[in-house]
Design a protein around this ligand. Sequence first.
Ligand SMILES: [Zn+2]
Length: 315
Amino acid sequence: MREGAAAFAASLVCPTGGCGQCRQCRLVAAERHPDVVLGRRQPGVGRLEEIRELVALAQRSPLEAGRQVLVVEDVHLLGPVAPTLLKTLEEPPPWTVFVLLAAALPSSLATIASRCVLVRFQPLSPSQVAAVLAAEGAEPERARRAADAAHGRLDRARQLARDPGFAARRAAWAAVPSRLDGSGVTVVGLVDELVASLDAAAAGLASAQAEQLARLATEAAADREESRPSRAQLEDRHRRELRLHRQEELREGLAAIERVYADRLFASPAGRSDALSAVDALGRAGRALVHNPNETLLLQALLLALGRRRADFDG
Ligand SMILES: [Zn+2]
């Protein structure tokens, strides 16, 4: 969706409707166009603050292009802040275009949605993703497994296909339910392992980022390309990528645990309520992830809850 929004923004500020080559297009692609704000929620900045800032920006005249484009991310999570945005959406200045990105369309967004042209983005099917990976040179079995785990996201699938430790990490998460024994010490040990596996998962991305920074330094020394992001901007983008990457890895880990309980749900009628409350607790933990919680605390609380149920049931 972000890539779609950026391409759309470029087509609005480019003098020839989105050539991909001109200064305007290149500035948008590098996320440096003065008239295109590409979402990017900042940690520590509240949604209300963010939306107020956008509403103020909407009134400003474009600096360079004839229009300005403001992309707002995660609109489905705006909650009580949504009305602040709505007023501006109802009467935007003619030169301002809003692009709102949302992972879902809850009924609370109905009024906002009624002011918008709706463009639906479908996740890619696993076979489409696997085909792209294979065409890019991934071994077919690996491409298939990465595609299955990427939930329709090509960028994630590419990372997974490059990542040799992926299968082992997923197995470690799936082994969690059978390793819980109701003791807090076990939970602490397990969580340490899981957090270490999150670190390991991020290692590949971190080294790719370090290379990118090094490349930027050499290129910047060689010439002065104006559309190149600054070091601070790139570092900022890297931090966001890493945070997102960890969050997805964690989300997938939770999904691997959840599959175990889902299987138990069908395997034994006796353990059904147990498995159900486990799936419930996992769902709550997954939803809590959007608030950037402390990973260790989140996992400890979750595993303690899962372990307690099992101990009660076994006893
Ligand atoms: Zn262009």
